[in-house]
Design a protein around this ligand. Structure first.
Ligand code: DHB
Length: 310
């Protein structure tokens, strides 16, 4: 049974790997992903300079999922740049750097710095960070998205993908896909957390995270149907060269199977990786293989995108 995958021309031995965010900030955490069965190593979204992020508590989970307002704590671009040779040669799997500058100028500077590093496999440009106070998400502003891509695509010498927030309106899927189809992107990752949810502790009659009066990005089971819908829509609307990477509500092999059925080329794990640690990649992969075997599928292409309508 074979879980190998292509994201555009990037080969993965395993289609399951980490989402940007949980446990991918420090060298120790990135080495743990490297040692695991994860098919790639993806970093925490990087700014130009190191950031400590928002005050704690800033991440809370319950049975159904998670809420976070981390505020982009990360080690800064140079750190992720410098780690590239050691991680890519030691683990022989793609090393992808997530980039989330707080302005277009900052993104330009990060991308230019990362251009110098040949051991980076790809950039995941985050157009959907919901947790920086007073900063809107780029990808909910279609004109701004076009301006950002018009600027970044020509200067980025690595394979480039974008991380999108969830959309909820059929017209918005079409409008965003029309924009993305204008560029030579390698992939689109759907979805980031559902922005600015609110989780409440009833006993304390209080919010559960400190930043932003308790508002934060929602992940986990809460968001799987939204994630599946976004993966499916972009799979149907994007040109074939742009792979769709699924992210949202994956905690077992069945969840991963559903995303691939919607058209995902690869599947990221966020909240469940935070809960379980790097062992989740092997477990979810094994569960996916068992399900494929039951169904008589040998590889992902046997069912990828083949979701049926009734
Ligand atoms: C953070 C959260 C996000 O959802 C994201 O895309 C980037 C950064 C954060 O709060 O650190």
């Amino acid at each position: 049974m074979n879980l190998s995958a292509y994201v555009n021309e990037i080969h993965l031995n395993n289609c399951i790997y980490n989402a940007s965010g949980p446990k991918c900030t420090t060298d120790k955490e990135l080495h743990a992903i490297g040692k695991s069965q994860a098919g790639a190593i993806l970093t925490k979204s990087s700014t130009f300079e190191h950031r400590i992020g928002n005050p704690e508590p800033r991440y809370i989970e319950n049975q159904l999922g998670s809420i976070n307002s981390m505020g982009l704590p990360n080690m800064g671009q140079q750190y992720y740049n410098t780690l590239a040779p050691i991680l890519s040669t030691t683990y022989q799997k793609p090393y992808i750097v997530s980039v989330a500058g707080l302005s277009l100028e900052e993104n330009i500077n990060i991308i230019k710095a990362l251009n110098q590093q040949k051991d980076i496999t790809a950039i995941e440009l985050n157009l959907s960070c919901p947790n920086v106070p007073n900063k809107p998400q780029t990808a909910y502003d279609f004109e701004r998205t076009q301006t950002v891509l018009d600027t970044i695509v020509p200067i980025c010498q690595h394979k480039l993908g974008v991380k999108l927030p969830p959309y909820f309106d059929l017209i918005h899927f079409q409008q965003m896909a029309e924009i993305l189809n204008q560029y030579p992107l390698a992939f689109v990752t759907c979805i980031n957390s559902i922005g600015n949810g609110l989780v409440i502790d009833v006993d304390k009659e209080q919010v559960v995270i400190k930043p932003k009066h308790g508002f934060g990005g929602i992940g986990g089971d809460y968001i799987k149907p939204t994630a599946l819908a976004n993966v499916r829509q972009f799979y149907l609307l994007l040109k074939r060269e742009i792979s769709v990477i699924a992210c949202g509500g994956v905690k077992n092999g069945t969840d991963a199977f559903e995303h691939i059925l919607c058209g995902a080329a690869a599947v990221q794990v966020g909240t469940q990786f935070m809960r379980e640690g790097a062992n989740c990649f092997e477990r979810i992969s094994q569960e996916l293989q068992v399900l494929m075997q039951k169904k008589g599928y040998q590889c992902l292409d046997d069912f990828r995108g083949k979701l049926q309508s009734i």
